[in-house]
Design a protein around this ligand. Structure first.
Ligand SMILES: Nc1ncnc2c1ncn2[C@@H]1O[C@H](COP(=O)(O)OP(=O)(O)OP(=O)(O)O)[C@@H](O)[C@H]1O
Length: 264
């Protein structure tokens, strides 16, 4: 479970560029819940993920995982429990290393060992077994440089690596936005399968309202650093994009003016 209380993040404090990116945000995500997050450009979505991952330390508020206060834990200390997949497939993998070496690197995130000593028969078998699920033939290309893979293949491998080890919390930062629609569907199906199989608590940021409603079991929207709505259960299941827009208009007294959100 994630319990974030009164989280405030201010960039460039005390300067003319001061921006309050998160305004006393409270957010609880139950264990095993799959939360989708939407919001216009600059609404605070990435900052919220950064606070959970530990990349940004809030200037006020606290954050706990399963009742353990991790507010002061740096990213590397949280890395055993939290992993993240980014929009750019290149971010999650190391281009000059082979597929197998990338798996070894991912494993060392949770079980620190030298890269060479981490590559043993057991890892080779484990990596091949996980890759076989993709049905892309990558289990036969363990010694290929990962830079040779397509964006979609690489994102699928990033997802497998992010969910190896002891990860309990998966953060997805628009991880299908750079893929063509067919590949994006493939990666989303893989995501849902892995999340369900491992029972991961998942937070997925997306620019698409339709995708936010299609996947997961709860949707929140950020706007100007605050959560402006939070829908789940039967209410959410009955909603379409037009209903989300109407909810926004009703609560905020203004129209949403972000084409990417409307059209995505
Ligand atoms: N490192 C930073 N330095 C200064 N300002 C920042 C920084 N990171 C984010 N901001 C500002 O904080 C606010 C929230 O940004 P954030 O990236 O969290 O929004 P977002 O909802 O993820 O937007 P997008 O969909 O465009 O990625 C914005 O006004 C942004 O310009």
């Amino acid at each position: 479970m994630i319990l974030a209380e009164k989280i405030r993040v201010t960039f460039n404090k005390g300067t003319p560029l001061e921006t309050v990116a998160l305004r006393d945000v409270d957010l609880t995500v139950e264990s095993g819940q799959f939360l989708t997050v939407i919001g216009s450009n600059g609404a605070g979505k990435s900052t919220a993920l950064n606070v959970i991952a530990g990349t940004i330390r809030p200037d006020a508020g606290s954050i706990a995982f399963d009742d353990v206060d991790v507010t002061s834990w740096p990213t590397h200390r949280r890395a055993r429990l939290v992993s993240r997949v980014f929009q750019d497939p290149k971010t999650g993998t190391c281009e000059d290393l082979t597929i197998l070496e990338n798996f070894a690197l991912a494993q060392s995130r949770t079980r620190p060992r030298g890269l060479r000593s981490a590559i043993d028969k057991a890892l080779r078998e484990r990596a091949a077994e996980r890759l076989r699920v993709l049905k892309l033939g990558l289990e036969d290309r363990l010694d290929d440089k990962i830079g040779l893979l397509s964006g979609g293949q690489r994102q699928a491998v990033s997802l497998l690596m992010a969910t190896s080890g002891d990860t309990r919390l998966l953060l997805l930062d628009e991880h299908t936005a750079a893929l063509d629609p067919k590949t994006a569907d493939f990666v989303m199906t893989l995501t849902c399968d892995i999340v369900a199989a491992l029972g991961l608590t998942t937070v997925m940021v997306t620019h698409s309202m339709a995708q936010a409603l299609q996947y997961g079991d709860r949707t929140i929207m950020f706007h100007r650093g605050q959560i402006v709505f939070d829908v789940a259960g039967a209410t959410r299941a009955a909603m379409g994009v037009a209903d989300l827009l109407a909810l926004f208009r009703h609560d905020q007294g203004e129209e949403l003016s972000d084409d990417a959100l409307l059209l995505g």
